[in-house]
Design a protein around this ligand. Structure first.
Ligand code: IMP
Length: 200
C-alpha cells in the first residue's frame, strides 16, 4: 500500500493530520496531492453518515484507502443543533458573530449544566475491500453567556470548557490542538488503522 488519501481540501486540516500521523508507515496525502477533484454533497443526518459518504466516494474514485471527517457543534438543550448543519446554520455566508449570538439568545434563561454542548469530529476510513471504520472525538463544554476569545474560528468563542476555565476561542492554537475533537478522533483512527493493517 503506497498511500492513504484524506478527503479534504482544507490545508489547515491536512497540516494537523500529517502531524498526528507522523511516523505512520505510509504517506497520507490530500485529494489535491492525489490529483482528485470532487465536490461531495453532505446529505447525511449524522456526522458518521457524512464522513462515510465522503470517504466512500473518494475511495471509489481513487481505489485507495480514504479517510474523511465531519465535525460540528452539538447543543443538548436545542436537540443537538446546529450539529451536522454547523457550517450551514443560518446560511454558509452568515458571519459567526451572528450565528454565535443567535445560539446564545436561544439559550436565554437556560442555566448551568443545561447549557451543555460539545464539538464533535468523526473520521471515517473506507477500504477498497468495502470495510468502513469510524472514530469519534469530542470536546465537552457549556455554551457561554457571551462570545470570548479571538483564537480559532467558527463557534470557538462560545464553547466554554470548565476544565480549562476558558472558551476554545481563548485557547492558544497549540493548547486547543492538544485536546481537540479532531485530534482525539485522529489519534483513535491512527490506532484503528494500525490494527486493521497489522502494523506493530
Ligand atoms: P467541517 O467538518 O470542516 O465541515 O466543519 C463543520 C463546521 O463545524 C465548521 O464550519 C464550524 O462551524 C464548526 N466547527 C467544527 N469544528 C470547530 C472548531 O474546532 N471550532 C469552531 N467551530 C467548529
Amino acid at each position: 500500500m503506497d498511500k492513504i488519501i484524506f478527503a479534504t481540501s482544507n490545508q489547515g486540516k491536512m497540516d494537523e493530520i500529517k502531524m498526528i500521523m507522523e511516523g505512520f508507515p505510509c504517506e497520507i496525502v490530500s485529494m489535491k496531492e492525489a490529483g482528485i477533484y470532487a465536490v461531495i454533497e453532505e446529505t447525511g443526518t449524522t456526522f458518521e453518515e457524512n464522513a462515510i459518504i465522503k470517504a466512500k466516494e473518494v475511495m471509489k474514485l481513487s481505489g485507495c484507502i480514504t479517510l474523511a471527517d465531519d465535525s460540528g457543534l452539538e447543543i443538548d438543550y436545542i436537540n443537538k443543533e446546529p450539529g451536522v448543519y454547523s457550517a450551514r446554520y443560518l446560511g454558509e455566508d452568515t458571519p459567526y458573530s451572528v450565528k454565535n449570538k443567535t445560539l446564545i439568545d436561544r439559550l436565554n434563561g437556560v442555566e448551568g449544566e443545561d447549557r451543555s454542548a460539545r464539538f464533535v469530529c468523526v473520521i471515517a476510513a473506507a477500504f477498497p475491500d468495502g470495510e468502513i471504520i469510524t472514530a469519534r472525538g469530542t470536546i465537552e463544554g457549556v455554551i457561554g453567556y457571551e462570545e470570548k476569545g479571538t483564537h480559532g474560528f467558527g463557534y470557538d468563542p462560545i464553547l466554554y470548557v470548565p476544565e480549562y476555565g476558558m472558551t476554545t476561542g481563548e485557547m492558544l492554537p497549540e493548547e486547543k490542538n492538544k485536546i481537540s475533537h479532531r485530534g482525539i478522533a485522529l489519534q483513535l483512527m491512527r490506532e484503528k488503522l494500525m490494527e486493521k493493517l497489522n502494523i506493530i
